[in-house]
Design a protein around this ligand. Structure first.
Ligand SMILES: *Cc1c(COP(=O)(O)O)cnc(C)c1O
Length: 344
C-alpha cells in the first residue's frame, strides 16, 4: 500500500533512485557470494547520505505545518546535523541543533573537522551538551523556549527517526524491490548500519507491506543488542501501522547484530579500520568510521564465520558518512602500522 507514501507532504532533495553496484573485488577478496552496494551515500544533499531520504518527508511535513525553525540533536560528528542544516538552508528554514559530546576524550580533529566543520559552515545555531545528557528532554526544552519567544519550531528527533522520517526508507525498500526485479537479482539479505533506528524501521515496514521476506540485518553502532532490537521493532511497528495497518510483523522480522560496536559509539575498532581500508583500496568506496565501517566489518565478520553460507547475493546499503573520515586521521596510521607500511 503506497497511498500513504504518495500522499505524504514532501520536498524532493534526494537524488533517487540511488544506484546499486557490484563490489566485485571485495566479493572475490572475501571468497564470498556477490556483494552489492546501494549507493545511498550519493543522495546529493551536502555530500550525501541516508538522512536526505528522511528529510524529504520531514521538511515536507515541517513546511506543511507552517514551521519556520527546525530543532534537532546529534553527536559532534553527526551526518544528520550536516544534512539537516543543508535541508534548512535550501528551504529557508532556521536551524537549531543540540550537539552531544558523545565521544569522550576525542581528538582536536574530532571537535573541529569533518561534519562539525561542514555543519558550522552551512550555518545555524549550535548548542553543546555534555555526554550522557538527556537529549530528548533538552530538545523539548529548546522547543518550549522557542515557543515562548513566539517562534514556530518543528522538532526532528535524533537521526531523523520519527515515523515521518522512516517513510524515506519505506520508499527505499520499494526502490530495492524494483531494482532487484529490473536487474534480475534476488537479494538473499540486506545489511546496513543501525543507529537511531529509522532506516531499519522503514526498510522492514516497506518490505512487510509488500509481503516480501528479504531479511534486513542492522549492525548496531551504539546501544546494546536487546535495547536496539526492541527499539527498532517499536519503530518498525509504528511505521507499518501508518503505511499498511493490515500488514503485520513480529519480533522475528527484526535482525540486529550489535557484536561489532567495540568500545562504543564512534570509537574505532580494528575490524572497522580493516573494513574501511578494504572498501577504499579494493572498490574506491569511502565508508565511514562510525556507521558504515562498523556495519561492513560486521558483514565481513559474519561472512568469515560462515553465518551467511548458502547466500548468493547480499546487498549492503551504504548510508554515507564519509565526511567524518576527516575527524579520524589516525585510521590510516593505524592500518599502515599494523600492516608494516611506513607512514610519513
Ligand atoms: C544516521 C546514519 C545511520 C543510521 O541510520 P538510523 O536510521 O539512525 O538507524 C547509518 N549510517 C550513516 C552514515 C548515518 O549517518
Amino acid at each position: 500500500m503506497t497511498d500513504v507514501l504518495r500522499a505524504a507532504p514532501r520536498v524532493r532533495m534526494a537524488h533517487l533512485p540511488t544506484p546499486i553496484e557490484k563490489m566485485g573485488n571485495l566479493s572475490r577478496n572475501l571468497g564470498a557470494c556477490t556483494i552489492w552496494v546501494k549507493r545511498d551515500d550519493c543522495t546529493g544533499l551536502a555530500a550525501g547520505g541516508s538522512k536526505a531520504r528522511k528529510l524529504d518527508f520531514l521538511i515536507g511535513d515541517a513546511l506543511n505545518q507552517g514551521a519556520e525553525v527546525i530543532v534537532t540533536h546529534g553527536a559532534v560528528q553527526s551526518n544528520h546535523l550536516r544534512q539537516t542544516a543543508a535541508a534548512c538552508a535550501r528551504h529557508g528554514l532556521h536551524f537549531e541543533a543540540l550537539l552531544e559530546e558523545r565521544v569522550r576524550n576525542a581528538s582536536n580533529d574530532y571537535y573541529k573537522s569533518g561534519n562539525r566543520f561542514l555543519t558550522q559552515m552551512i550555518g545555524g545555531k549550535l548548542h553543546y551538551c555534555p555526554a550522557g545528557a538527556d537529549m530528548s528532554a533538552a530538545l523539548e526544552e529548546c522547543k518550549e523556549e522557542l515557543l515562548r519567544a513566539g517562534r514556530r519550531p518543528y522538532v526532528v528527533p535524533g537521526g531523523g527517526s520519527s515515523r515521518i522520517g522512516s517513510l524515506g526508507y519505506v520508499e527505499c525498500a520499494y526502490e530495492i524491490l524494483a531494482q532487484s526485479e529490473a536487474m534480475g537479482v534476488k537479494f538473499d539479505l540486506v545489511v546496513h548500519a543501525t543507529g537511531s533506528g529509522g532506516t531499519q524501521a522503514g526498510l522492514v515496514a516497506g518490505m512487510a507491506s509488500r509481503k516480501n521476506g528479504i531479511p534486513i540485518l542492522g549492525f548496531g553502532v551504539d546501544r546494546p543488542q536487546s535495547v536496539q532490537h526492541a527499539h527498532v521493532f517499536e519503530h518498525a511497528l509504528e511505521t507499518l501501522r501508518m503505511i499498511d495497518p493490515s500488514a503485520c510483523i513480529g519480533n522475528g522480522n527484526i535482525h540486529v547484530d550489535c557484536g561489532y560496536i567495540g568500545g562504543g559509539y564512534g570509537v574505532p575498532t580494528d575490524g572497522m579500520v580493516e573494513a574501511v581500508m578494504l572498501g577504499a583500496r579494493l572498490e574506491g568506496l569511502l565508508f565511514d568510521p562510525v556507521y558504515t565501517g562498523k556495519a561492513l566489518a560486521g558483514m565481513i565478520g559474519n561472512l568469515r564465520a560462515g553465518n551467511f553460507a548458502g547466500m548468493k547475493d547480499i546487498l549492503f546499503i551504504h548510508t554515507g558518512g564519509a565526511a567524518s573520515l576527516f575527524a579520524y586521521p589516525e585510521l590510516l596510521r593505524k592500518f599502515e602500522s599494523r600492516n608494516g607500511v611506513a607512514t610519513a
